[in-house]
Design a protein around this ligand. Structure first.
Ligand SMILES: Cc1ncc(COP(=O)(O)O)c(C=O)c1O
Length: 412
């Protein structure tokens, strides 16, 4: 595994040209944190500017076009990234709020416990803890292997007698990719619904919500869809469930006769009933740009490149990092992981800080011991992976991290 090999992979990469569509200006910095916040694309910048211009010129008349944008952008996202047919996806609110809306809607009409992995992303566990308390339900914490993620048989056993199971499709720490179709079938056979968190999947791996028979899903657009900090998230409700579910947030954008301003709430039929308030029009412009670029690149090719990039990181970890206290915190099977790789190290926090401050490599740290290397395929080069690991090897071999202060910043 040589640098020349990595350069050769870049030369034969069919997606290589997409990198030029992003604002780089990094100097020698290697950005490997697109799994936290994706890069700014030229088209996102233009789309945001165009929407600002619409605001400036059209003022309130702009609402003729903006009023149903959440559904239109949802359909575009559904087609480009989620394997979802029209009328089932909205681009709106945050992942946290969408999770609250959908899980709350399920608990209002179905008896039984709520199940979530004990190592799932905190916001998911916290939202469900609150909802379980409100609805007087048991919250079942599912224990799972920290690298491999939840085992389908264990999920099915926990789902017995439950109303809802919430799972991440790609685990935020390890990058483990769950078998959506098999787990969905198993949960449904146990009598529960399943809600997938797609934050680390959308734009990174193929997602086939309709084909998998999925019930519900939520996810964000600021990672692999490059829609910017705080960009609107999305939610998916399979058409067959829409009539029986009602959002616990009875906002006016889901009202059947919205502009009648009538006395009583009556939700609109269809996916629009999961809207809450005024859509974030500026953010939606960037989501639309992200979906369009993904559609052009094609998720199958993106997935293939993600497998190759993460494969290079895994090989380099084996070849160069093992003797330096690192272990791989990500599944070895490319079909069983998303687009980031976790390296575990007992001093991971200081290694991460040293990488950022002294080696100009930007990964991130996740407790207790993981350094995540995010490798979004639209702009990450194979040589970036090679150079980042090379700098990591030099830094740890020289003990640079041991001179870093042991302290936790609020944001890594
Ligand atoms: C798996 C997962 N779920 C949920 C969230 C949080 O979503 P938000 O803060 O956008 O509501 C994140 C954020 O990184 C995440 O990784």
């Amino acid at each position: 595994m040589t640098r020349a090999h990595a350069l050769e992979c870049d030369r034969s990469d069919p997606l290589a040209a997409f990198r030029d569509r992003f604002e780089l200006g990094d100097g020698d910095r290697i950005y490997l944190d697109g799994n936290s916040l994706g890069r700014l694309s030229h088209t996102a910048r233009q789309a945001l500017q165009a929407t600002v211009d619409e605001w400036g010129t059209q003022l309130v008349a702009g609402w003729h076009d903006w009023v149903d944008l959440a559904g239109r952008v949802g359909d575009e996202l559904g087609a480009a990234a989620l394997g979802a047919g029209p009328g089932q996806v909205l681009a709106c609110d945050s992942t946290t709020v969408n999770l609250y809306k959908l899980a709350g809607a399920v608990l209002a009409v179905r008896p039984g416990a709520v199940v979530v992995p004990s190592d799932d992303f905190p916001t998911d566990r916290y939202v469900l803890e609150g909802l379980a308390a409100t609805h007087g339900r048991e919250l079942r914490m599912l224990e799972s292997d920290p690298v491999a993620g939840p085992d389908p048989a264990a999920v099915a056993a926990a789902a017995d007698g439950a109303a809802l199971v919430v799972l991440s499709h790609v685990n935020y720490r390890s990058g483990a990719l769950a078998d959506m179709a098999a787990i969905t079938r198993a949960v449904q056979a146990a009598g529960a619904l399943v809600l997938w968190d797609l934050c680390h999947s959308a734009g990174a791996v193929e997602v086939a919500l309709d084909a998998a028979g999925a019930d519900l899903a939520v996810g964000c657009t600021y990672k692999y869809l490059n829609a910017g900090p705080g960009s609107p998230a999305f939610l998916y409700v399979a058409e067959r469930h829409q009539a029986m579910l009602r959002s616990p947030i009875q906002g006016w954008f889901s009202q059947a006769d919205q502009f009648e301003m009538g006395p009583r709430y009556q939700p609109v039929a269809g996916i629009g009933r999961f809207l809450a308030g005024t859509p974030p029009v500026l953010g939606l412009a960037a989501v639309r740009a992200g979906a369009a670029m993904l559609d052009e690149a094609g998720i199958a090719g993106v997935r293939q490149k993600a497998a190759a990039l993460t494969g290079l990181a895994v090989d380099l970890c084996d070849q160069r990092l093992e003797g330096l206290g690192f272990t791989l915190g990500t599944p070895r099977d490319p079909d069983a992981r998303g687009a980031h790789v976790s390296l575990r190290h007992p001093d991971a926090w200081r290694v991460c800080r040293a990488l950022i401050e002294h080696a100009h490599v930007v990964p991130d740290f996740r407790r207790p011991d993981s350094i995540r290397l995010g490798l979004p395929p639209l702009y990450t080069r194979f040589v970036d992976v090679w150079d980042a690991v090379d700098r990591l090897v030099a830094l740890v071999a020289e003990g640079v991290h041991e001179r870093m202060p042991v302290e936790a910043a609020r944001v890594t």
